[in-house]
Design a binder for this molecule. Structure first.
Ligand code: BES
Ligand code: MN
Ligand code: MN
Length: 451
C-alpha cells in the first residue's frame, strides 16, 4: 500500500521548498545585535507557520533570543520533543558567496544559502513531516513538541535555562534532533556522541600604545610574539595538547566503537583533496575518525594584533589577542579543563607583559547509549526514508543544550542528521541537498510512527 504521508511529501515538494526559502530569507544571525529584529521576525514566522498547520505555538521570551515552542497531540500519549535552532552563523566572508547568503537559490538540486543545512533545512524537514501526517491522517501517531532556539550559534543560555525551569512540562519519551550529518551522501547516520566545547580569548598587553620597533625593540617584550609563544606552548607541532593533565579524564573508545570507526573506512586522501591541503595532520597514534570524534583538541580561531594594512609598518604592537576553541570528549569536565588551560597559560606568560582572560563559554561532551528502543526506531525510520541502513557516527561539533536535555529530562536522545560536513555550514556557499531534505522529511514521518 502506498504511504499517504510520503505521497503528500512528494506531491508538495515544490511548495515545501518555496516555504523553506522563505524561512531562510530571515538573516537570523544571533551573534549580531543589529540582526535582533530579523531573528525575532524569523521566530514569529515560525509560530505563524506552526499555527497554520494546526499546532499550538508560542514564543517564549526569557531574555536572549526568543524560543519557539509548538505542540500537537497524538493518537498515543507518548511524547517526542523535536529540538533544532533557527539562528544562523554570520554570513562573512560575503565576497565568497556565489549567490547572496539570504537569497536562497537552487542549482543542480542543491539549495544554497545561510542556514540551508545548519539548521533551517533540517528543522524544516521535521515541520513538513508533521504537516504531511496531519494532512493525510488527521492526527499524529504520538504527541509532538517542537523547541526551536535562536541562540545555538552564539553560545546563549536561554534554552538551557528554560529547560531547567520547565522540566516538568517538557517531560517526554525521546528528544529527536536533526542538526548533524549523514556519514556520506548515500549513508544515513545516527550520531551517538558530540564533543563538548570551551571557548575563550586572551589578550597580552605591552606598552600603552604602539611604539617604534627600532626605538624599543630589544628593550621590551612584543605582545604579538608572546601570544605566539603562549599558543606554541599549548599544542605540540604534531597536535598533542601540552596543557598538563589535559588528557587525564579522556575515556578510551570501547571496542565496538573502535571497530565501528575502522569499518566506516575513512579516506584520508579524499579529505585532503576536498580541503586543498597537502595532507592531514593530527595527534599520532589515532585514526582520523578517532581524532575528529573521540579526541580533544585545542584550536586557534583567530589571532589579532599589530599592523594589518598594506606594506610595512615598523611597530611593536601595544597588545595582541588570540581566540581559542577547545573541543572536549567524554569524560572531560569543561570547568576543570578551563582551570587547567588558564593555569597553564598564566604559567607560561612572561612577567614582562600583562595577561587578560575576560571570560569563556562552555558545554560538556555527550555520549549516548545505542542499545535503546528509540535508537532502533531511528534505524528503522532512516532505512525507510533513505533506503539504506544507517551507521553510527560521532560528531566533532557541539550542540550545547543537548547535555541539559540529558541531565534535566533524563530520556533517550537521538541525533539523526541529514546534512554533510561538505555542505559548508558556517562557511560561504552553505548548501543542502533537496534530496536529503525530502528523504529526511520521510524519515521523520517514519520515526514518529516507530516511536
Ligand atoms: N550543527 C552544529 C554542530 C555540528 C557541527 C554537528 C558539525 C555536526 C557537525 C551546531 O550548529 C554548531 O555549529 N555548534 C557550535 C557550537 C558553538 C557555537 C558553541 C560548534 O560546534 O562550533
Ligand atoms: Mn547546528
Ligand atoms: Mn552551527
Amino acid at each position: 500500500m502506498a504511504d499517504r504521508a510520503e505521497a503528500h511529501i512528494d506531491a508538495n515538494q515544490s511548495r515545501f521548498i518555496e516555504e523553506l526559502k522563505q524561512f531562510m530569507r530571515f538573516p537570523s544571525v544571533s551573534a549580531q545585535r543589529a540582526r535582533d529584529k530579523d531573528t525575532r521576525a524569523c521566530a514569529e514566522w515560525l509560530v505563524e507557520h506552526f499555527r497554520k498547520l494546526g499546532l499550538e505555538a508560542q514564543l517564549i521570551d526569557i531574555g536572549g533570543q526568543p524560543i519557539v515552542r509548538a505542540a500537537a497531540k497524538g493518537k498515543k500519549s507518548r511524547r517526542v520533543l523535536i529540538y533544532g535552532h533557527y539562528d544562523v552563523q554570520p554570513e562573512d566572508p560575503l565576497a565568497e558567496w556565489k549567490t547572496p547568503p539570504f537569497e536562497p537559490t537552487i542549482r543542480d538540486g542543491i539549495l544554497y544559502g545561510r542556514g540551508a543545512t545548519d539548521d533551517k533545512g533540517q528543522v524544516f524537514a521535521h515541520i513538513k513531516a508533521i504537516e504531511s501526517l496531519l494532512a493525510t491522517e488527521g492526527e499524529l501517531p504520538c504527541e509532538v513538541m517542537f523547541l526551536l532556539e535562536g541562540e545555538e550559534e552564539s553560545g546563549g543560555d536561554a534554552l538551557p535555562r528554560y529547560v531547567r525551569q520547565a522540566r516538568e512540562e517538557l517531560a517526554c519519551d525521546a528528544v529527536v534532533i536533526s542538526d548533524s550529518t549523514m556519514y556520506d551522501a548515500n549513508t544515513p547516520a545516527i550520531t551517538n556522541g558530540l564533543r563538548g566545547i570551551f571557548t575563550f580569548e586572551f589578550t597580552v598587553k605591552g606598552p600603552s600604545s604602539d611604539v617604534h620597533s627600532g626605538a624599543y625593540g630589544g628593550a621590551i617584550a612584543n605582545p604579538a610574539m608572546v601570544v605566539a609563544q603562549i599558543l606554541a606552548a599549548c599544542v605540540s607541532p604534531e597536535g598533542k595538547v601540552l596543557v598538563p593533565h589535559f588528557y587525564d579524564d579522556v575515556a578510551p573508545l570501547e571496542d565496538w566503537e573502535r571497530e565501528n570507526f575502522r569499518k566506516l573506512g575513512f579516506d584520508d586522501q579524499a579529505l585532503a583533496r576536498e580541503l586543498s591541503i597537502p595532507r592531514l595532520h593530527g595527534e599520532a597514534g589515532y585514526s582520523t575518525l578517532e581524532r575528529l570524534w573521540a579526541r580533544p583538541t585545542f584550536e586557534v580561531n583567530g589571532v589579532l594584533g599589530g599592523y594589518q594594512g598594506q606594506g610595512a609598518k615598523t611597530i611593536i604592537p601595544a597588545s595582541a589577542t588570540a581566540k581559542v576553541s577547545v573541543r572536549l570528549v567524554p569524560h572531560q569536565d569543561p570547568a576543570r579543563i578551563r582551570d587547567l588551560v588558564f593555569e597553564h597559560i598564566r604559567g607560561v606568560c612572561p612577567d614582562t607583559v600583562r595577561l587578560e582572560i575576560p571570560g569563556c563559554a562552555m558545554s560538556p561532551p555527550v555520549l549516548f547509549d545505542v542499545n535503546t528502543p528509540v535508537i532502533r526506531a531511528a534505524q528503522e525510520a532512516l532505512r525507510k526514508g533513505f533506503g539504506r541502513e544507517a551507521v553510527f557516527i560521532r560528531c566533532g561539533g557541539s550542540i550545547p543544550v543537548v547535555s541539559t536535555f540529558v541531565e534535566q529530562l533524563r530520556c533517550p536522545v537521538v541525533l539523526m542528521g541529514f546534512g554533510l560536513d561538505s555542505d559548508h555550514p558556517h562557511g560561504p556557499n552553505e548548501h543542502f541537498s533537496l534530496d536529503s531534505f525530502i528523504r529526511g522529511a520521510k524519515a521523520a514521518v517514519h520515526l514518529l510512527r516507530a516511536i
